[in-house]
Design a protein around this ligand. Structure first.
Ligand SMILES: [Zn+2]
Length: 305
C-alpha cells in the first residue's frame, strides 16, 4: 500500500507539478472564464495537462480547484457546482496518475476578496466557503489539502481550520511572498514575513509549511524562504516558485524563465532541506522534467557518497 504523504517525505523529497492556469489557457480556456468549471465541462483536457506532469515525473498533483470555493465560483454563476467541481478535481488528478502511486493534493486558493472591516465578506462566510470546499476535496479522497497563495494570516487560519475539520490526512499552508522594492527581503502583500508565517502555521496545525507564487520569488529567493522557515520550525517544507518574474508582453503576463535556468536552483533547494518541490505560474511539463532529472541525479550522488 502507498505510504501517506507525510511518511513518504521522511524518506526522500517528492516532486510536485507545474502551473495549471497557464496550461489551461494554452488548452483553450479564455481569460476571465472559470478554469475550475472545466473539471465538469472539459475533464479530458484537465486530465491531459496533469498526465503530462505525471509523465514528466510529478509525484504530487494539485487539483484544478484553486478558485473552487463558493465565493470564487459564484463570480461565474457556478456556486451550485462547488461539490461537483471539487470532487471532479480529485478524480481527474487521480486518473491522471493512471494507476501509478502519486499524491493528490486538494487545492484551495484565496477566496478572492477582503474580509470585514476592509471588505464585504464576513469571517463566517469565508470559513463556510473553505469548509464546503475542503469537505468536498477530502470526501473525494484527496491525500492532502493545500491552502495556497495566501497573503494574510487571518484568511490562512480559516483555510487551515477548514482543512483540519474536514479530516484532511495532511494540511499544507502556503504563502505568496513579494520581494520588497529595494530587493533586500520579501514579505506577503499583507506584510507577513516567513518567520511569522512559519510560527503561525505551526500554531494552527499545518503539517507542512510552504511558499508559492509571489513576485520576484525565484528559486534562490525560495531557498532563502526555506532557510528562514527552518529557523522557526521543524515541520517539512514545500516550495513552488514561479518561472521567474512576470512580464507584460502584448498585454499578456508571461513568465519566461526556461527549464535550464530554473533547474539550476533545484539542488540548492534540496540541499537546504526542502521536502516537496514544484513550480507555480509559468512552469511547464518541461520544467518539471528538468526538475525530475536534477532530483534523481542528486539522489543517486547521495547514495554513492
Ligand atoms: Zn503562481
Amino acid at each position: 500500500m502507498k505510504k501517506n504523504l507525510l511518511d513518504a517525505i521522511k524518506e526522500r523529497p517528492l516532486l510536485g507539478d507545474g502551473a495549471m492556469g497557464t496550461q489551461l489557457m494554452i488548452a483553450g480556456l479564455e481569460q476571465g472564464n472559470s478554469g475550475e468549471a472545466w473539471n465538469l465541462t472539459h475533464p479530458g483536457r484537465v486530465r491531459a495537462i496533469q498526465r503530462r506532469y505525471v509523465d514528466a515525473g510529478s509525484e504530487c498533483l494539485l487539483t484544478n480547484t484553486f478558485g473552487g470555493s463558493r465565493i470564487m465560483l459564484n463570480r461565474h454563476s457556478r456556486a451550485g457546482d462547488v461539490v461537483a467541481i471539487n470532487a471532479a478535481g480529485v478524480e481527474i488528478a487521480r486518473a491522471a496518475f493512471d494507476g501509478r502511486d502519486g499524491y493528490v493534493i486538494g487545492d484551495i486558493g484565496p477566496f478572492g476578496g477582503l474580509m470585514e472591516p476592509y471588505g464585504e465578506f464576513t469571517e463566517a462566510q469565508v470559513l463556510d466557503a473553505f469548509r464546503e470546499q475542503a469537505n468536498a476535496l477530502v470526501g473525494a479522497g484527496a491525500d492532502a489539502i493545500i491552502i495556497e497563495t495566501q497573503t494574510s494570516l487571518e484568511e490562512l487560519r480559516l483555510g487551515l481550520v477548514a482543512a483540519r475539520e474536514a479530516g484532511a490526512p495532511c494540511v499544507i499552508g502556503s504563502m505568496a511572498y513579494d520581494v520588497t522594492l529595494d530587493g533586500s527581503t520579501f514579505r506577503t502583500m499583507m506584510g507577513v514575513d516567513p518567520e511569522r508565517a512559519a510560527e503561525f502555521m505551526q500554531e494552527h496545525g499545518a503539517d507542512i509549511v510552504a511558499l508559492n507564487c509571489g513576485t520576484g520569488m525565484d528559486m534562490e529567493r525560495a531557498r532563502q524562504a526555506v532557510l528562514r522557515y527552518m529557523q522557526i520550525t521543524e515541520l517539512p517544507i514545500m516550495a513552488q516558485p514561479n518561472a521567474g518574474q512576470p512580464k507584460l508582453v502584448e498585454m499578456k503576463v508571461v513568465y519566461d524563465e526556461t527549464p535550464v535556468q530554473m533547474v539550476a536552483g533545484v539542488v540548492p533547494l534540496l540541499q537546504a532541506g526542502v521536502s516537496i518541490i514544484g513550480g507555480c505560474c509559468g512552469s511547464t511539463p518541461d520544467h518539471i522534467r528538468a526538475f525530475r532529472e536534477a532530483m534523481d541525479q542528486f539522489r543517486a550522488a547521495r547514495a554513492l557518497s
